[in-house]
Design a protein around this ligand. Structure first.
Ligand code: ITT
Length: 211
């Protein structure tokens, strides 16, 4: 089985940018589902990040198959979220839908900051979680997970990244993930960790097929 192309089942432009950078060293074509000409509404009704990621990858793999375009192609997707301990791991798997899918992150971030008003630093712990799911050309499925631990800051800071980055403070760096360069964020992020693990799984499988 040859793998020459990765189609990413995501409509989130912020993710696509990070994913293409993290997977660049595989030397494969990495494109979004939109770039592959696929537009499909996917209902993310799983109860875990892994389940939702598999739902997205399976849906796009089925579309590619129908279009006769699945040859040598791996479909991958990312399901991720922000878990705030003080809020009982909210917004979690509902991170994109929190306060409504079309609500700006200015409003979502301001809302979360206000829900943590007066909460002391030690209780502001949070993490970004990312599950990656892959459907291989032969139908096999793989998943991986990555995490980055941090704290919710006291105000929005930084303009890099996307989503909740301006309120996610990483103590080791002394700044938010929106203040890190894309390269720095990808080296330590939930998405970077999950994709590095997925890369190792894929390289193992490609090698296994060669012998
Ligand atoms: P797709 O399902 O099309 O991939 P989505 O944005 O709906 O895009 P998710 O359902 O996985 O994706 O929701 C993930 C949300 O979690 C995302 O929209 C952000 O709000 C948040 N999030 C995940 N990773 C993040 C990161 O690196 N920085 C900031 N926010 C992040």
């Amino acid at each position: 089985m040859k793998i020459e192309r990765i189609v990413f089942a995501t409509g989130n432009a912020g993710k696509v940018k990070e994913i293409q950078a993290i997977l660049a060293d595989l030397g494969m074509e990495v494109i979004s589902m939109k770039q592959a000409g696929i537009a499909v509404e996917i209902e993310e009704n799983g109860s875990t990040y892994e389940e939702n990621a598999l739902i997205k990858s399976r849906a796009v793999a089925a579309c590619l198959k129908e279009a006769g375009q699945q040859e040598n192609t791996v479909v991958m997707s990312d399901d991720s979220g922000l878990e705030i301990d003080y809020l009982h791991q909210e917004p979690g798997i509902y991170s994109a839908r929190y306060l409504g899918e079309d609500t700006s992150y200015r409003i979502k971030n301001a809302n979360l900051l206000s829900r943590l008003e007066g909460v002391e630093e030690a209780l502001r712990t949070a993490r970004f979680v990312c599950a990656i799911a892959a459907v291989l050309p032969d139908g096999r499925e793989l998943t991986s997970r990555g995490i980055i631990e941090g704290r919710i800051g006291y105000e929005e800071k930084g303009s890099n990244g996307f989503g909740y980055d301006p309120i996610f403070y990483v103590p080791e760096f002394g700044c938010t993930t929106a203040e890190l360069s894309e390269e720095q964020k990808n080296q330590v992020s939930h998405r970077g960790n999950a994709l590095q693990a997925m890369k190792r799984l894929l390289l193992g499988i490609m090698e296994e097929q060669e012998h």
